[in-house]
Design a protein around this ligand. Sequence first.
Ligand SMILES: [Zn+2]
Ligand SMILES: [Zn+2]
Length: 214
Amino acid sequence: MKRKVGRPEPGSSGGKASGDVLDSRLLKVPVESLMKKLFSRERFFADIDVGVGDKGLFERGDRGGLRLDFWLESSPDGIRVKGRMSGSIALECTRCLGEYRQEVDIPVDEFYRRPGLGTATPEGKPLPREVEVPEEDEYLIEEGMIDLNVLVNDAVLLSLPIKHLCSSDCRGICPYCGTDLNVSTCDCRVDLVDPRLEILRRLLDEGSDRLPSD
Ligand SMILES: [Zn+2]
Ligand SMILES: [Zn+2]
C-alpha cells in the first residue's frame, strides 16, 4: 500500500534555529496494521523542510526540501525502515552566519524493535512498557507508532561535515563592524589579522631570524 503524506498542518512547524527539536507529526507513523501482517511492507513518503540548530534538526516552514522515501517492512521483532533521504537542508554558515542550503543524499537502514522483547524482570515477567528503556542506538515502536523524528535527526546530523561553510572560501564577517565580507568591504579590514595567520607570521619571523640575511 502506498502512503502519500501531505503538507504539515499549520502550527506543526518548529521555531528558529534555537527552537524545538524536530517533532513533526508527519514523521509519527502508525504501524499497527503493518505489524499484524508479518513480512509485509509499506511505502512511506514525506517532504519536510528542516534546518540545523543548536539542539539538532528543527522543522522550518511547510516548504519541502528533504524527501523521505522509505520502505517499512514488518517482521516478528519489529519494523525495518529502509530507503533514502534526499534533497537539501538549511544550514547556518559558521563563518558568515548566513543561511545556505546543503544538498544531501542519505541512505537509511534502521530497525524499530517491538516493545517487550528481551526485557524482563528478574522473575522472568515482561516489564511494563513504560519501564522499558531502549538501548542506545535502538528505536522502539511505541503505542503502535514509529517515530521517525529521531531517526531523521540522527541520520542527517551524522551525514553533515563538522564545519558548516556556505562556501569553502567564505570570507566571513568582520569581527569589528559585522560587515559580511562576502558582499561588501569595510575599513577595519586593513588592520584585521586572522589569528591563525598571525601565528604563521610569527613563525615565519622567527624562522627568518635564524636564516642568514642577504
Ligand atoms: Zn559563509
Ligand atoms: Zn569591519
